[in-house]
Design a binder for this molecule. Structure first.
Ligand code: GLP
Length: 264
């Protein structure tokens, strides 16, 4: 049953960019500014990070800012949204490998400040592990900023359609469309895991600031539904419409179906 909340209670107009490069540079700038601000205050900053193709250019720009413009990650703590279950951290399809390769190996973050769900717990131990991940985020005072992509079925993290808006970190079953989209990464459907550990929708909603980045025409349909459709567990990202700390960042292709009234 969809939750009935009147539309656009809190949604700000999406930030639209002519192309993926400009949207990604803008996103990286938002993250870099927050890191600088926390440095000036003498504080740590806790970032929730995403994987997939969408954030790759954001990470490239953060690396550039580190290498060319002196952006330091010494005060940064990161928590990744999710990881396949089970998968070894050295497997090059794992998100641990992805994060090292696309970001962490190229910046000065302290290794002990990196948290990515590890999926070596047995099915009996996994709930305890997930609670510990959740507790760790809370220990740092929650996420200062959560970077999100969106799945074609509206998932955020691996919170698939049907996920409770009250969910926290847990073991989840992957949706057929999500597994199909992962073939590009794993080669064949039988190699794509059926499960993952994902932080919950509630965990995401607790973040002080949320940047949802959507790039390319293949995200246009779901972005239209997520931004302007009914708020329902069938489209997990739709709950973000109710939250004032969310900024949607879209390139022109992802925004083609966004209605005029939602642009202003
Ligand atoms: C995976 C990740 C999500 C990501 C989504 C979209 O399912 N768990 O966090 O947002 O893919 O991926 P892409 O950016 O490659 O379209």
């Amino acid at each position: 049953m969809p939750i009935k909340i009147s539309k656009h209670i809190q949604t700000k107009a999406p930030s639209l960019f002519p192309d993926a490069d400009q949207a990604s540079v803008y996103t990286a700038q938002q993250i870099a500014e927050l890191i600088h601000q926390k440095q000036r205050e003498g504080n740590q900053v806790t970032l929730g990070l995403a994987t997939g193709n969408t954030p790759k250019k954001v990470y490239q720009e953060l690396i550039r800012l580190h290498k060319n413009e002196g952006l330091s990650f010494q005060n940064v703590i990161t928590f990744n949204l999710d990881e396949y279950y089970p998968i070894g951290p050295d497997n090059d399809q794992s998100y641990t490998y992805f994060m090292r390769h696309n970001l962490f190996d190229h910046i000065d973050i302290q290794q002990e400040n990196i948290y990515i769900p590890q999926t070596n717990s047995t099915p009996q131990e996994v709930a305890k592990y997930c609670q510990a991940y959740e507790d760790k985020i809370a220990e740092y005072g929650g996420l200062d900023l959560q970077l999100l992509g969106i799945g074609r079925n509206g998932h955020i993290g691996f919170n698939e359609p049907g996920s409770s808006f009250a969910s926290t970190t847990r073991l989840v079953n992957l949706h057929p469309l999500t597994r199909e989209d992962a073939i590009a990464q794993f080669g064949t459907i039988d190699k794509v895991p059926h499960q993952a550990i994902s932080i919950g929708i509630h965990t995401i909603m607790q973040a002080k600031r949320i940047l949802l980045l959507a790039l390319g025409e293949r995200k246009s349909e779901i972005m239209n539904k997520a931004l302007s459709g009914e708020i329902s567990v069938d489209i997990p990202a739709s709950i973000l419409q109710t939250m004032s700390q969310v900024e949607y960042i879209l390139d022109q292709e992802a925004a083609v179906l966004i209605q005029e009234e939602d642009r202003v």
